[in-house]
Design a protein around this ligand. Structure first.
Ligand code: SAM
Length: 208
């Protein structure tokens, strides 16, 4: 498998089609991708944080986050109904299930109230958004002032950022995109463990 095939819906034409069949294939291969856990670990969540994972897939990062936000909440949002169904099924028996919620919806129209989240995550997700500009405007809307936005992507085999092509594979352009929406203190970092290499871009919605 080439890196281009990774983190795509896995359909024969390698186009972006998320449906029952491609979702089953994706979750079987990548549902527990270590970059989910690594992003949450790097996020340094506080116990009262309300965390939203945009493009949450089968919910791995949401479950890991819920173990840390013991007085908060962890919410996964994804536009693909089959992802939300699998995420919900996989979470039913989880010890932190009462702090976890999955909601169907796209980044471009987040089904959340303004100023309702402290931390927003987008893990292997940003390059799948149909309209990144609209999605970033929504991330800004749902974050409280002082809230944090973390983009996590697995490093590609050639050392690149994300499995996208074009602007969303270029960290300089991603940074400009994020800054153009008002996010500040943008910083990138690289995290390795035995299973994966995570590239992370963290930024803040300025406090008032
Ligand atoms: C490569 S998967 C990543 C899933 C999960 N974050 C992970 O890393 O395991 C990309 C996810 O983006 C979701 N997605 C597609 N279009 C989206 C959009 N417009 N807004 C938010 N998520 C989207 C897909 O449904 C899919 O679950």
């Amino acid at each position: 498998m080439t890196h281009d095939a990774k983190h795509t819906a896995g359909n024969a034409e390698e186009t972006e089609v998320w449906n029952d069949e491609t979702v089953e294939q994706y979750v079987a291969k990548w549902g527990k991708d270590p970059t989910n856990r690594m992003t949450v670990e790097a996020a340094g969540l506080g116990p009262k944080d309300v965390v939203v994972d945009v493009g949450c897939g089968s919910g791995e990062a949401v479950r890991v986050a819920a173990e840390r936000v013991v007085h908060g909440r962890a919410i996964g949002v994804d536009p693909t109904p089959a992802m939300i169904r699998i995420a919900t099924e996989q979470t039913r028996e989880h010890a932190c299930a009462e702090r976890i919620q999955f909601i169907e919806g796209p980044a471009e129209k987040l089904p959340l109230e303004s100023g309702s989240a402290n931390v927003v995550l987008a893990i292997n997700s940003l390059h799948h958004w149909a309209q990144p500009d609209a999605g970033l405007a929504e991330v800004w809307r749902v974050l409280v002032p002082g809230g944090r936005f973390l983009i996590g992507d697995e490093e590609t085999e050639n050392g690149g950022w994300s499995h996208a092509e074009g602007d969303l594979s270029d960290p300089v352009k991603i940074r400009h995109l994020v800054e153009s929406h008002g996010f500040e203190s943008v910083c990138t970092s690289r995290h390795t463990d035995a299973d994966a290499v995570l590239l992370l871009m963290e930024s803040n919605k300025p406090a008032r």
